[in-house]
Design a protein around this ligand. Sequence first.
Ligand SMILES: *Cc1c(COP(=O)(O)O)cnc(C)c1O
Length: 279
Amino acid sequence: MNLLGLGKRSLFKVPSDDAFRMDLGALRDRVRADRENGDRPACVIATAGTTNTGSIDDLSAVADLCVAEGLWLHIDGCIGARIAIAPDHRHLVAGIERADSLAPDLHKGLQAQFDVGFALVRDRRKHRVAFAENVEYLQKISRSVAAGEFLHDYNLDTTRGFRALKIWMMLKEHGVAKFGRLIDQGIAQAQYLTGLIRRQPLLQQMAPTVIDIVSFRFNPGGMEEGALRALNIEIMLQLQEAGIAGVSDTTVKGHYCLRVAICNHRTRRADLDLAAEVV
Ligand SMILES: *Cc1c(COP(=O)(O)O)cnc(C)c1O
């Protein structure tokens, strides 16, 4: 929003429900309220896989609302767009194909080196007119080296690296099916870890496990939120410093928690057993 020059004042954060999904009633109310106030809602940003908990909005329902209201649908698929190629879990992102624009981030969970974040825009003409510049030193001509389309007419950079090459070669070398299986494997491992957490009364699950992200914390009971936070920060640091697990952290609905994002194809269930036991 800042890059567009609209500023954060133009961004309204739609509340989420208990499963950390966008509350569609709140979205509908907001669109109506904006119009009543003379504001012009333009775009809804849905999320396929939030950073904190991996929750996925009801993309089909959001798409229906956007069609009915004449709004652009952008889907942030940085975490979860890749799930569309995972046979056992692709239903979780049903509706993602209806986006007007979609941002996948293949250095997250597709085993790619960064940086290969990108955006897909459905309407080629709208995409082009947003970025194309007509300057005297970059004139198209029908023959020779300046013939053909200028890629810089589709984004901010004029000169840039060939980031797509590594993804292309990765997919050529291993095939889409293998990456799909690895994504399913990571999600199954997250479910396994969630089972360990549920069976251990000292561990508290902090959000539903939907994909390969698990939020939980050590909670022996009877401790204040601040003390729980300090204790769990120490647990995270010790896990990292001992080289046991690269666990990160976050805060969901005001509660501090540890965050496990399983995105390494070398992760084994034994690693998760160890991490849970050490916590
Ligand atoms: C990581 C992330 C981004 C930003 O991606 P970068 O590759 O770090 O620029 C955007 N949205 C979500 C949901 C993310 O997890």
